[in-house]
Design a protein around this ligand. Structure first.
Ligand SMILES: O=C(O)c1cc(=O)[nH]c(=O)n1[C@@H]1O[C@H](COP(=O)(O)O)[C@@H](O)[C@H]1O
Length: 273
């Protein structure tokens, strides 16, 4: 198998630059006429995945919305992952894990080792126990040609308190970005990505980490192709926009989901050229 970064680049060229989030919010379940239960979750999540996965580069299930339904919800997550991969999409599992190294290895086994029923092509990780507390994830990803997306400059308004904090060498976010650049050194399309929100406004950080840039915050949180172009400058060709609520709100009709996803991918495709 090729490394994740190369597989992602090929998928974005082939299917357009879009990561479609599967975030089964209770309000969306209701809007789709489903109950807030494991049965409603299953109908919602599989309808969305079956519709979108044949058309988008990446499907990103948000684990919390499955976990809140207990073990039945996690079983649905397993089916979403398998369904999306069978349809040819890459799966980025959004779990934002981060812990001491020995525990991080167990997360790596759960989400990146192909023997696990929850194994995905890539996962999200939080570096706030120290970037190298993530080493077990990074090493397991390398061993299985998977990817890791590390939070750098997130889309939420509380983020600057930690991420803009000064360090002897710059800022916390700058150090995360530099660590990713080091991991991807020598690769044209590295497998270790940064998460940078489309809503962060101006930044002086060097956002080109040599790997993909997962960019949530487009659509429902207000980010646009123009704001993405402004924020990412010469790194814009690495951007993978991620949108959840805006696409899912078009459902439950599969054709409407696909049309909204396609329109979003088309709106961002010009950024990559
Ligand atoms: O890692 C993420 O995906 C993420 C990082 C971030 O900075 N901001 C952010 O919104 N997200 C996730 O991206 C999704 C955003 O969904 P919408 O705002 O509905 O498009 C949610 O699943 C968030 O958890």
């Amino acid at each position: 198998m090729k490394p994740f970064g190369e597989r992602l680049y090929a998928a974005m060229e082939d299917r357009g630059p879009l990561c479609a989030g599967v975030d089964p919010h209770p309000a969306l379940l209701d809007a789709w006429g489903q109950t807030d239960s494991a049965t409603g979750l299953e109908r919602f999540a599989l309808t969305a995945t079956e519709a979108l996965a044949p058309h988008v580069a990446v499907v990103k299930p948000q684990s919390a919305f499955f976990e809140r339904h207990g073990s039945a919800g996690v079983a649905v997550l397993e089916r979403v992952i398998a369904t999306a991969r069978e349809a040819g999409a890459l799966v980025l599992l959004d779990v934002k894990r981060g812990d001491i190294g020995s525990t991080t290895q167990a997360y790596a086994d759960a989400y990146l080792d192909p023997r696990s029923p929850l194994a995905a092509d890539a996962m999200t990780a939080s570096p706030y126990l120290g970037f190298h507390s993530l080493d077990p994830l990074l090493e397991t990803a390398r061993a299985h040609d998977a990817g890791v997306f590390v939070l750098a400059l997130t889309s939420n308004p509380e983020a600057p308190q930690v991420q803009h904090a000064r360090t002897p060498d710059g800022t916390v976010a700058g150090e995360v970005l530099a660590s990713l650049r080091e991991l991807n050194a020598g690769e044209e399309h590295g497998s270790f990505g940064a998460v940078v929100g489309a809503t962060i406004g101006e930044t002086e950080e060097d956002l080109d980490v040599g790997g993909p840039l997962l960019v949530p915050g487009v659509g429902a949180q207000g980010g646009t192709p123009e704001s993405v172009r402004r924020i990412f400058g010469t790194a814009v060709h690495r951007v993978l926009p991620a949108s959840s609520r805006e696409i899912l709100a078009a459902g439950p009709a599969p054709a409407a989901l696909v049309a909204t996803a396609r329109a979003t991918a088309d709106a961002y495709a010009a950024l990559l050229t």
